[in-house]
Design a protein. Structure first.
Length: 400
């Protein structure tokens, strides 16, 4: 049987939300990546071409999956410039008729500004093109043929081992955008964070799932898509793959791509893997406009038949017969007045849960420890995550 070691492979890096590194590593391993290693806000791995395509079509947690082109020592602008020009076969990857853009992250002494670091990469490439062809590629920030990513790392203390990694972005745009969420509430969770939070709960679709403060529906929609095998890289209604940048790469294999697309489509089902029906998925939202957004999003995601979305106050929530799982992303209260008002909501929520949801498990995303304390409940697990730059905790409560 052929293994990945028998096929050409390359290093790849999945950029993921903080706190989801271990969950993303498990997901990448399940999809066929090898040498998987969680890092900070990323997961390193090895891929062959098929696995790399599969990650773009099926992985729910990454923002991006970068394919490494080159890794070279870098101490200053001159070494960055030289390293870029020799990093790859640019005759293959970037002929002058193809457009590109450069993104940059990380820093080194003297290379501390990502905008100017990206500009240095761009200059190195167009200078190389001018020397070889007498013409150069255009920079297209909206829809380039090639998206290059530079990451600078200082290595060991004192600058020893300082290096640059130049990679290709296979998505071209962030993978968290599934395409179903044209409508959003005031503070929506990114789709990949919502998917990761659901993965951390271990919910498998066999017990009811409910969100009494569902907003625009991200947690419930991602849960339904996961349970029903809806590949995030495919349009929910047509099954058409999204416009990934990797399809314009010179070594793209259309036949292999079609095989992976067909495999991703074949995952979709209307029940659980073992044929049992999906347990009820319930959402409640007080604001009728936000509730309509949730319904529109569920329709675009193709999961309307499995979601029961109702208008109402979370304080009035009545769960179906348990046990089951509750998920919740209540407001955090950025201003003092809001916090005082929200303390009452959290307190009432805690009372409702203890009165009506005995035997259920609650997972709540907390961005404000003081407000969470108003629940008067003790968390059994606390997982650190980040939501839009806010340091949060994904808290598990066993409701007695």
């Amino acid at each position: 049987m052929e293994t990945m070691s028998d096929r050409p492979c390359f290093d790849a890096l999945a950029v993921v939300p903080p706190g989801l590194e271990e969950a993303a590593a498990a997901e990448l391993s399940a999809l066929g990546a090898e040498a998987v290693r969680p890092l900070r806000r990323a997961v390193a791995c090895r891929c062959d071409a098929a696995t790399y395509l599969r990650l773009h079509l099926q992985a729910r947690l990454p923002f991006r999956v970068l394919r490494q082109l080159a890794h070279f020592p870098c101490h200053d602008r001159a070494s960055l410039y030289r390293g870029v020009q020799t990093a790859a076969d640019w005759e293959l990857w970037l002929p002058p008729e193809r457009s590109f853009k450069v993104e940059a992250s990380g820093s080194l002494p003297g290379l501390s500004h990502s905008h100017y670091n990206a500009l240095e990469v761009k200059n190195a490439l167009v200078d190389w093109q001018q020397q070889h062809w007498g013409q150069r590629s255009s920079v297209d920030r909206q829809d380039p043929d090639l998206v290059l990513h530079l990451h600078l790392s200082a290595g060991r203390p004192g600058g020893s081992g300082a290096a640059a990694v130049l990679s290709l972005d296979g998505g071209g745009a962030s993978l968290h955008r599934r395409g179903y969420r044209a409508a959003m509430g005031l503070a929506p969770l990114k789709e990949n964070l919502a998917a990761g939070l659901i993965a951390l709960t271990g919910w498998d679709g066999t017990v009811p799932l409910a969100d009494p403060l569902c907003g625009s529906g991200s947690l419930l929609i991602e849960a339904a898509c996961r349970a029903l095998g809806r590949a995030p890289g495919l349009d929910a209604t047509s099954g058409t793959p999204r416009r990934f940048a990797l399809r314009r790469w010179p070594d793209h294999d259309p036949q292999l791509w079609q095989q992976e697309v067909a495999a991703a489509r074949a995952l979709a089902r209307d029940a659980l893997r073992d044929g049992r029906p999906l347990a009820p998925i319930l959402g409640m939202e007080q604001d009728p406009d936000v509730l309509q957004q949730a319904r529109d999003n569920a329709k675009a995601a193709g999961v309307v038949p499995w979601l029961q979305l109702e208008q109402g106050d979370a304080r009035d929530f009545n769960p179906p017969p348990g046990p089951g799982l509750l998920v919740c992303n209540p407001p955090y209260g950025a201003r003092l007045g809001e916090r005082q008002e929200l303390e009452g909501l959290y307190s009432d929520l805690g009372i409702m849960l203890k009165q009506r949801c005995g035997g259920w498990t609650l997972w709540l995303l907390s961005g404000n420890a003081e407000l969470t304390g108003a629940l008067r409940m003790k968390a059994t697990r606390r997982l650190a995550v980040s939501n839009g730059g806010i340091d949060c905790r994904w808290l598990q409560y066993e409701i007695r």
